[in-house]
Write a protein that binds this ligand. Sequence first.
Ligand code: C5P
Length: 227
Amino acid sequence: MKKITIAIDGFSSTGKSTLAKQLAKALGYVYVDTGAMYRAVAFFAMQNNWISEVEIAKDQIVKSLVNIKLHFQFNPSLGFAEMYLNGNNVENEIRSLSVSQNVSRIAEISEVRSKLVEQQQEMGKEKAVVMDGRDIGTVVFPDAELKIFMTASSRTRAQRRFEELVEKGQRVTFEEVLENVEKRDYIDTHRIDSPLVKAEDAVVLDNSTLSKEEQFQLVLQLVHDKL
Ligand code: C5P
């Protein structure tokens, strides 16, 4: 059967990864969570105290990029690949609110983006891949056969992310999560290098009122139309 590239972009906490995982499983495709890669770089910078609320040691971060080795490893019991930073599983650490609060400023750095984009292009070169992020349909795979652009109201998205974090035992408030979602959206859409924008040929999916299953079936139909 024909193999295609599926690019899923959109705002923070729109459920991109949930949809991408469902699609990858149903199609036997590889799923690549590019946000995890930016989060791992942010986590690395935080461990080295190179980023605080007011300052960011951009030169240090750029210089150290050669020492940042990222890879995904499939975990069969979870059914998806986990993020490894220099050989250590950082899947839990990178999902914390503190990493979310720093990651978008790391993702503004062009040198970080070009390193990660190159790795993403390598991972997807055989097609049969579902990749989610902010610039997949515009920069990483502008020729992707199917591009989805996901959106929903910021309150809906923050509520979903808040519930996820609380379920994982993190002590956060809804207001903190809402503020983070809105701040990341702002930085992601206003940065100079590869801002979050809908690719011209992307299908917009506003899932404010769609269940996960409805959304999945809708996109699966779009995939079948391309095969
Ligand atoms: O997808 P996720 O919310 O985990 O992404 C975390 C952050 O990483 C985003 O808010 C964005 O700043 C950055 N990112 C990016 N480009 C991508 C994926 C994520 O700039 N392709």
